[in-house]
Write a protein of this length. Structure first.
Length: 547
């Protein structure tokens, strides 16, 4: 499942539709259908009908969930509505076009010719995509002053909880701060909360801030006090809002009770957090390599070591003559067909490693699949597959399995892109291997350096090997540390999956699994660099990483 689900709005217009009615122009409506894995098309929305118009601009938009990691194929069918019936079977077909949602969002505005009979050759449909998900956040800096002392043996250990107001007069916890140790005047770390999560987008909706103390010995908490406000009361207000904390039990029992301290909002500011689609619409290109591809530049590295077995034998992971494509081919096709629509020229560099290559049959850990060092690019997924098949028949599987060279190769391109003060490129490297890594120290170091670059790494493990080392590189269980110099990754850039996990299900599930983290990794990198979409620098960039 995608970690960053977005909704997009598609606005549609047509030009030069044919007239099916003898005495007037057509009455067109556009029906949008989504292709299911079974091949069946299901309607996901339709525009209103525009009367007597052959070049309509439709007011009703189509809203869709956008998932970067999925192949979302859509059909746009233009119909001339001649009656009030709900069914469209008895209405005239004015033309249709099939597109992927990725094609539309990568172009932002796309015009295509409608396919139909020859009299429709000049009819076009234009689709404009915009994101409608609210990703704004409120950035807070809060401090407490003069809090009640609750710990008889020392000062309190206070923390904050922030709650959203619900329609049923209940409260939902949306944020909990760290514990400030032994203080009655705490200053908590700066934090951010999405506006949608905090108040549902209603700036006048109340939020509740509770200040509690932590009792380490028994694990129980005790309320110091609470206060209420709305974002409209707090945003960019001067002087700084300082609100009294009230403890309801104390107020009910104690005469003359005034407060249990104060909470000061040292900062309460709306901050635009850019989404993945913001960067797509802003012109960011993804480059894919098998070990690369664009919106985000990507690459592909294919394991040609001897542990894969003789390609002429049926038990080889590289066997090509079977009725079903081998696991390497399936991985390339599944992931490539999703990413290809983000690359305007669909030219992908592809490399192999761990083989003896012609003409001298020297061992190489970084050779182009098409055997052209001056131009390692392949045209589309079909070109990738052709280069892979050719390489299998012309190289000698050997070893060892060193993947650091291919990571560093793509890293050099990512480093050059980093020097451009625009959120213009991001690189995705796909590595397909049977899992026996022999340069773990160098690989861990290469990944740590890649974490500072506009780059992500997808590793697909084929066969039945022990992938413990790959799971370590994934970093989901902790921050990856370089075995070379002890430096730590600044973000998680590796996603590993074993292919065998998807052999019994749809291969499309493979792309969903390995690509689901890419949008978040893209936004994390550009946010870390203070780069908004379109290239307008918000702040000075951190020091560049050197390779």
């Amino acid at each position: 499942m995608s970690l960053m689900l977005s909704k997009v709005e598609l606005r549609i217009s047509c030009k030069d539709l044919s007239s099916k009615d003898a005495l007037s122009a057509s009455d067109p409506v556009v029906v949008v259908k989504s292709r299911e894995p079974s091949g069946k098309y299901t309607e996901v929305g339709r525009t209103e009908k525009v009367k007597n118009c052959n070049s309509p601009e439709f007011a009703e938009a189509i809203e869709l969930d956008y998932r970067f990691e999925e192949f979302q194929q859509l059909k746009f069918k233009v119909i001339d509505i001649d009656n009030d019936s709900e069914t469209l079977d008895d209405d005239d077909d004015l033309g249709s076009v099939e597109l992927t949602l990725a094609q539309i969002v990568s172009e932002k505005e796309l015009t295509k010719t409608l396919s139909k009979s020859s009299d429709q050759s000049d009819s076009t449909i234009t689709i404009k995509a915009t994101e409608i998900t609210n990703v704004h956040e409120v950035e807070f800096s809060l401090r407490g002053e003069g809090l009640d002392k609750k710990d008889f043996l020392g000062k309190s250990d206070p923390f904050l909880e922030i709650y959203k107001s619900e329609p049923n007069e209940e409260w939902t916890l949306v944020y909990k701060s760290e514990i400030a140790k032994a203080t009655l005047n705490p200053v908590w770390n700066k934090f951010s909360v999405r506006i949608q999560a905090l108040c549902g987008g209603d700036m006048n909706s109340p939020i509740k801030v509770s200040c509690c103390i932590d009792f380490d010995k028994d694990g129980e908490h005790d309320l110091i006090g609470e206060c209420y406000a709305s974002l409209s009361d707090l945003i960019d207000v001067k002087p700084l809002p300082s609100i009294a904390l009230i403890n309801p039990k104390k107020r009910a029992k104690k005469k003359g009770y005034k407060k249990s301290g104060r909470i000061t909002f040292a900062r309460c500011k709306i901050v635009k957090k850019y989404s993945f689609l913001d960067y797509v619409f802003g012109g960011c290109k993804i480059n894919f390599t098998v070990t690369t591809q664009p919106l985000i530049p990507s690459s592909c590295g294919v394991d040609f070591t001897g542990s894969n077995g003789d390609p002429r034998r049926k038990d080889s992971l590289h066997y090509l003559e079977g009725m079903r494509p081998n696991e390497y081919s399936q991985a390339i096709q599944s992931i490539g067909r999703v990413i290809q629509d983000y690359d305007s020229d669909q030219m992908y560099p592809a490399f192999g490693f761990g083989a003896k290559i012609p003409p001298n049959h020297e061992i190489s850990h970084e050779f182009p699949l098409n055997m052209n060092p001056q131009n390692p690019y392949c045209q589309g997924v079909e070109g990738l597959m052709a280069a892979y098949h050719s390489a299998i028949r012309n190289v000698r599987l050997w070893g060892p399995t060193n993947i650091a060279p291919i990571i560093n190769h793509v890293g050099r391109f990512a480093f050059e892109a980093q020097l451009n003060p625009k959120a213009a490129q991001y690189f995705v490297l796909l590595i397909i291997t049977d899992g026996e890594i022999t340069d773990m120290e160098e690989t861990s170091h290469a990944i740590v350096r890649a974490s500072r670059l506009p780059m992500s790494i997808i590793i697909v493990g084929v066969g039945n090997a022990d992938f413990t080392a790959m799971e370590f590189l994934d970093g989901d269980d902790g921050v990856l540390t370089s075995f070379v110099d002890g430096s730590k990754a600044v973000r998680d850039v590796v996603q590993f999956v074993p292919f065998r996990k998807f052999k019994m299900s749809s291969v499309s599930a493979l792309s969903s699994s390995v690509l689901g983290e890419i949008p978040q990794q893209v936004t994390e990198y550009f946010s870390m660099q203070n780069l908004p979409p379109g290239g307008e620098t918000q702040a000075s960039n951190p020091d560049s990483t050197t390779l």
